[in-house]
Ligand binder design. Structure first.
Ligand code: UDP
Ligand code: MG
Length: 309
């Protein structure tokens, strides 16, 4: 039975055992006092701690809480899509389960949805406490991806409320490696932004190591844009222009009889061309591996257990 006013809240959780009961309490209090009908779907992304146990316990006491447990860590995007697929609501809200996305905003976002908006996106008005290197890398990543996609993503977050129409549009995408943050802008629909301040993480630590973040960045840039391939072409043209200049110079020397020198130039050229070729092959190889991944058409995630459904 689909409730025409039901709000599904999707919370990807990875090693968040201490956050689950607390997050539920906070959301429950806010939504009950705003009398919004809701369900909560916790997606345990293959945690190694007691996250699923906690979800299960909460779901026993509260029928509006549901839990999905992955067979291993499939990543946040997969968890978001699993939640969307399992949701029954007329609209779905995605938020972090560490409450860095302020739950106090939910009634406001819900009201905007009732007014007829289809995508209500949380926009980071500040990034919260982060180390400067992280901020710099995040900025560069979003610059590249904004330029590549033509969507301004510098303040984008995963904190979004989507109408059922938008959810269905997202779920209809066959991509194996979806990038939620960009796709949910790409689909369009009547969109409105709600600024929010990223809160401090109260319990636990960030689940992203620098290595995981770099992988995430490369993965999402290449899944959303072919710009790095055009970069290869650009490099080719630059090398071609250099070769014209050098070619003319060499011919001139040959005919004036001053050739034979220039051993250093030869070595340097070899090195430069060699490295550019290798980088280009690497970029192309990356895309081939992405095609390979897509063509295998493996499921985005595997579920090992469910509760509350
Ligand atoms: N998360 C996840 N799978 C992962 C990593 C993170 O589901 O592989 C979840 C995590 O539990 C949290 C949200 O994604 O609810 C954001 O992660 P985190 O707070 O660690 O990231 P940060 O806020 O530092 O960007
Ligand atoms: Mg967080």
């Amino acid at each position: 039975m689909q409730d025409s006013k039901l709000l599904s809240i999707i919370l990807p959780s990875y090693n968040e055992q201490d956050n689950i009961p607390h997050t539920f309490e906070v959301i429950n209090n806010i939504l009950t006092s705003a009398s919004i009908p809701y369900e909560i779907i916790f997606v345990d992304d293959g945690s190694r701690d007691l996250t699923y146990q906690r979800i299960y316990e909460v779901s026993l006491q509260h029928p509006q809480v549901k839990g999905i447990c992955f067979s291993r860590n499939f990543g946040k995007e997969a968890a978001i899509f699993a939640g969307l697929e399992a949701s029954a609501g007329a609209c779905c809200l995605i938020m972090d389960c560490d409450l860095q996305h302020p739950a106090e905003l939910i009634p406001e976002m819900y009201r905007l949805w009732l007014e007829g908006n289809e995508v209500i996106e949380g926009i980071k008005s500040s990034r919260g406490k982060e180390n400067p290197l992280h901020t710099f890398c995040a900025k560069s990543f979003y610059n590249i991806i904004s330029r590549a996609t033509g969507i301004d993503m510098s303040k984008a977050s995963d904190f979004k409320l989507l109408d059922r129409k938008a959810v269905d549009a997202l779920l209809a995408m066959p991509e194996r490696a979806p990038f939620f943050r960009a796709l949910s802008s790409w689909i369009g629909f009547k969109t409105i932004s709600v600024p929010f301040d990223v809160q401090k993480r109260e319990i636990g630590t960030s689940k992203w190591s620098p290595r995981k973040l770099i992988k995430y960045a490369i993965h999402n840039i290449t899944s959303f844009s072919g710009a790095p391939l055009q970069f290869v072409t650009l490099l080719g043209w630059i090398m071609f222009l250099c070769s014209i200049v050098l070619g003319i110079q060499s011919l001139y020397r040959y005919f004036t009889g001053t050739a034979l020198e220039g051993f250093t130039t030869v070595i340097l050229l070899q090195l430069i061309i060699g490295s550019i070729l290798m980088i280009s092959l690497g970029i192309i190889g990356h895309y081939i591996s992405r095609i390979y991944d897509e063509i295998k058409a493996r499921p985005r995630y595997l579920v090992s257990r469910k509760c509350g459904f």
